[in-house]
Design a protein around this ligand. Structure first.
Ligand SMILES: NC(=O)c1ccc[n+]([C@@H]2O[C@H](COP(=O)([O-])OP(=O)(O)OC[C@H]3O[C@@H](n4cnc5c(N)ncnc54)[C@H](O)[C@@H]3O)[C@@H](O)[C@H]2O)c1
Ligand SMILES: [Zn+2]
Length: 654
């Protein structure tokens, strides 16, 4: 007999051998904790390690084992009459198709009918397997899966769970299989603070005092024996008839199953009141299942069609602490390259310093890296420590300034830090809508110290840009023309472009609409002034005032350069007119204000140089406001005068 290119004829590399042994040992250890309801690592990490072992040694005995041997507990041990198995799995559509094709091939060879046209699919409940035995139609026993052969007899606990009939409709003796789950609504109601329903179900169902079991539910999906059925569909129908709760099921072709899977993955799963981790797909015909036999001590005629987890383990090579545009320092893990959802991943976000501390991560650690949709990959957990825990830096990597901790974040507060300068320039360019300016150009300009603040952009000479690496006259002209084409900037855009924290364009518009129509007025505003504006509040007002004061010199330099923001034109008959109301008026102040604002005018809360009209109960008032108004040359009006003025302008007054 000759062997051709058979991988396992070669002695595996000792390093691979060592990894296989390590993985097998860890897998057994993780299982023991997991089936006790106290997992050491996440399922995704566990699956990633199991997959790695499967790749290295597909026939390793650790992969054929089911569950975990039962531990020494108060519960009586019991042997299953028919062993309780597990399932092989597929994790994508191609694998499911390959599984079905292989089954078809084998069944047809044995003279049976292809299974692809007659499949049975059920939700794969993420809970704890249980065997329940009825004798003469009466609830008799419940045994956990354990290692598939021996489990624990937790009958009194299961008797208290929902969905477990005490009596069947018929006086039958039979064994049924189901999954103990904790519904999400029940978790919310009865298990405050608990986040993982599976672990809670595992822990609760084995409590010796049975406490909490009344909040658990059992759904049944299989009938082990004693009945004359020929299809999965008949089994489920029978279970439902006897009063058992079941998961959702359907019968269909391979194509139907793929459609159901997509629908579940994209929407149904998220709306369920319990967790599922995939679908279970089987040959509907029990005869076909028997024909197909077993692989890896799991039935070949059934498979767990899992939802993609898109996570893999890798090793941390380095941790970077990048200072971002706002001064926030973002830790990033550089990992050994792994294939994830069709891309090679080497960088994974660690979010913030708080998360780094919580993870206890360090260079050399084995970590679980995940990637969902288009989201930046991130580190989910440390699977195994391999090195020292990372000490967050005390100084900014860009400018060496001392970093400040603020909640979960590390911040560089040095306004001259190149990262912050780049951030401010970016924000300016974005806000004014200068699309020709790329990130790289901004970086080059900051690097070359040609630009330190937005005003510097307007001082740039074409040659300075043209001389930068990979630029040139054409680009220089294009970007500078674009910059001037945006002028003049309206006040809201000017304010938003400064990028002051808590000061987005909507807030800027609100301020302008509230009477802060010039940058001078805004610079003169106090926290109290702004806090009074509805929709702002004291916290935002404080941020704005501090932010503006911090940038005051810079704003003044912009204005001196001729970058003067213009007030947006208001529309309506009262556009450009401002009013201040004082004293007791015949109509509520709010109504007067609305009347003015709805017609494009502005209402100011006090008398300033900009105020056009002061409206008071008596035109000859001697109040301090009236005194001030006289000094500024503001027109004084009584109510009648006010109404006449606005009606003359075309405002309808009801
Ligand atoms: N986090 C950890 O440390 C850790 C350790 C070990 C195992 N695990 C997790 O446990 C799982 C593997 O364990 P497993 O052997 O129980 O296999 P499994 O959960 O992948 O599949 C088999 C089981 O599915 C259940 N099931 C639910 N709905 C079903 C349905 N409609 N029809 C048939 N069966 C249904 C049954 O209990 C059955 O035994 C993986 O998800 C793995 O991530 C995690
Ligand atoms: Zn810095």
């Amino acid at each position: 007999m000759t062997h051709l290119h058979h991988g396992w004829d070669k002695q595996p590399d000792p390093a691979v051998r060592a990894r296989i042994d390590e993985l097998a040992e860890r897998i057994e250890r993780y299982r023991a904790s997991y089936y006790a309801g106290k997992p050491d690592i996440s399922d995704a990490a566990y699956d990633a390690l199991e997959d790695e072992l499967r790749d290295l040694d597909p026939t390793h005995p650790a992969l054929a084992r089911v569950g975990t041997p039962v531990a020494v507990t108060e519960w009586e041990k019991a042997r299953h009459e028919i062993p309780m198995g597990s399932l092989n799995k597929v994790v994508n559509e191609a694998e499911l198709e390959a599984w079905a094709a292989r089954c078809d091939e084998l069944v047809v060879k044995e003279g049976g009918k292809a299974i692809s046209d007659d499949l049975f699919v059920a939700e794969k409940l993420d809970g704890i397997s249980i065997e329940v035995i009825y004798r003469d139609g009466k609830y008799a026993d419940a045994i956990t899966r354990g290692d598939g052969i021996m489990g624990e007899r937790i009958s009194p606990n299961v008797a208290r769970m929902r969905g477990v009939p005490q009596k069947l409709k018929e006086k039958l003796t039979l064994s049924v299989r189901g999954e103990i789950i904790l519904k999400l609504s029940d978790m919310k109601k009865s298990f405050p603070g608990v986040a993982n329903p599976r672990n809670a179900a595992a822990g609760t169902s084995k409590r010796f005092d049975g406490q909490g079991c009344e909040h658990l539910t059992v759904l049944f999906y299989d009938l082990a024996d004693h009945l004359d059925v020929t299809t999965e569909e008949q089994k489920i129908t029978f279970l439902r008839k006897q009063g058992f709760g079941t998961p959702w099921t359907a019968k269909g072709t391979l194509k139907d199953v793929l459609g159901i899977y997509r629908k579940y993955a994209s929407e149904i799963r998220a709306g369920l009141d319990y967790e599922i981790d995939g679908l279970v797909v089987r040959a509907n015909s029990t005869a076909a299942q028997t024909l197909l036999g077993e692989v890896n001590r799991r039935p070949r005629g059934a498979t767990a069609f899992k939802f993609a987890s898109q996570a893999k383990v890798s090793k941390v090579v380095e941790i970077l602490w990048d200072t971002g545009p706002s001064g926030r320092v973002t830790p990033v893990a550089i990992v050994e390259p792994v294939e994830l959802a069709g891309a090679t991943v080497q960088r994974a976000s660690l979010h913030n310093v708080g998360n780094v501390r919580a993870l206890g991560i360090g260079v050399g650690d084995e970590v679980l890296v995940s990637r969902r949709n288009d989201v930046i990959p991130y580190v989910e957990e440390v699977v195994e420590k391999g090195g020292k825990t990372e000490q967050p830096p005390t100084r900014c990597r860009r400018c060496s300034a001392e970093l400040v901790t603020s909640g979960e974040y590390l911040l560089c507060r040095n306004q001259a830090c190149p990262a912050l300068v780049e951030g401010r320039i970016h924000n300016w360019i974005d806000a004014i809508g200068a699309l020709e300016w790329g990130d790289k150009l901004i970086e080059q300009l900051v690097e070359a110290k040609l630009v330190k603040e937005p005003g510097d952009l307007y001082k740039l000479k074409p040659k300075q840009i043209a001389d930068l690496e990979r630029r040139g006259d054409k680009i220089a002209k294009k970007v500078l023309d674009e910059l001037t084409s945006r002028l003049p900037l309206t006040l809201p855009v000017f304010l938003a472009a400064l990028g002051i924290e808590g000061f987005a364009i909507q807030t800027a518009r609100l301020l302008v609409a509230s009477g802060y129509t010039t940058i001078e007025k805004l610079l003169a505003a106090t926290e109290q002034d702004l806090a009074g504006i509805s929709g702002l509040g004291p916290i935002k007002a404080g941020m704005i005032v501090r932010g503006l004061q911090g940038r005051k010199a810079e704003i003044e330099r912009l204005i001196a350069q001729g970058i003067v923001p213009v007030t947006q034109e208001q529309e309506g008959p009262l556009a450009g007119m401002s009013f201040c109301f004082t004293g007791a008026l015949s109509r509520p102040r709010g109504e007067m204000t609305n009347l003015v604002e709805a017609n494009g005018g502005r209402v100011l809360s006090g008398v300033t140089k900009e105020l056009n009209y002061l409206v008071s109960a008596e035109a000859d008032s001697t109040s301090s406001k009236a005194q001030k108004a006289k000094k500024y040359g503001t027109v004084l009006l009584d109510e009648a005068g006010f109404f006449k003025l606005i009606q003359d302008k075309g405002v309808k007054v009801s």
